[in-house]
Ligand binder design. Structure first.
Ligand code: FPP
Length: 246
């Protein structure tokens, strides 16, 4: 599947979303409610990641994207940031074999230049090891920001213009080819857990016609029943993409 723009042509959509994008929010509050340190919520959150990845693959979702670390998360206390980096590294080390067994391809998208060389190596290895898997693509957005993505695509077009000596073609299709998610359809369903109703600089370009679903459930409590509730809400929507009602 390659990128097609929902504003250029109306996509064919089925009962199962082709692409689900999730902001996994509420880890800190889950832990605080239990008088645990905030980072305990992130550790518990990895279990919900596993359940959701397997639940989506089982239901035939083609692409699942998880917002693991935003370009603004560096503003958190240094200890929490380094805990999240270590958790990401240890999860990659532990879970790659499981992804491989389940036929899931891993991609990590974002400005990875800010990460340690050792973490970048782990990412490259996990991506290479799972690159042939076709059942589902799991994308982890790490040091990702929607504005970063749009700007890096614009920079590529400027560089292309300079190299070619004539203005690069800038239309939706050519622009989108330079976005970090060029390999995936636009998300059909966006889920944010943890009660906030914000996009928080996630997929700004790609959410143009995405169905939005917000739940108060904290991410560590997001289990298969919670995923099913989100999918049931999605199935009940009439997706018009600007057209008149049926
Ligand atoms: C938001 O909760 C969560 C994060 C910033 C990190 C998410 C990371 C994980 C679930 C684990 C690692 C993931 C992978 C894919 C290996 P919050 O801390 O903002 O919660 P709060 O709003 O209650 O404070």
């Amino acid at each position: 599947m390659s990128y097609t723009s929902s504003t250029v042509c109306v996509p064919e959509v089925g009962a199962v979303p082709r692409h689900i994008a999730i902001i996994m929010d509420g880890n800190g509050r889950w832990a605080t409610q239990r008088k645990l340190p905030r980072v305990a919520g992130h550790t518990k959150g990895v279990e919900a990641v596993r359940t959701t990845v397997e639940g989506c693959a089982r239901r035939g979702v083609g692409y699942l994207t998880l917002f693991a670390f935003s370009s603004e998360n560096w503003r958190r206390p240094r200890d929490e940031v380094s805990f999240l980096m270590r958790l990401f590294a240890s999860t990659l080390e532990r879970e790659t074999t499981r992804l491989e067994k389940n036929g899931i391809r891993l991609r990590v998208v974002g400005d990875l230049s800010m990460f340690d060389a050792s973490l970048r190596t782990l990412i490259q290895r996990a991506e290479a090891k799972t690159a042939h898997n076709l059942r589902m693509t799991l994308t982890v957005a790490a040091n990702y920001g929607g504005r970063w993505d749009i700007l890096q695509a614009a920079r590529q077009l400027v560089e292309q213009t300079a190299a070619d000596g004539r203005p690069a073609l800038v239309d939706e299709a050519s622009f989108a080819q330079h976005l970090a998610f060029a390999y995936a359809p636009e998300p059909d369903l966006f889920i944010r857990t943890g009660g906030e109703r914000r996009i928080s600089n996630f997929l700004l370009w790609h959410l143009a016609y995405t169905e939005l679903y917000f739940t108060d459930t904290f991410w560590p409590d997001f289990d298969d029943a919670a995923l099913e509730a989100a999918l049931a809400s999605y199935r009940a929507r009439e997706r018009r993409f600007g057209r008149a009602t049926a």
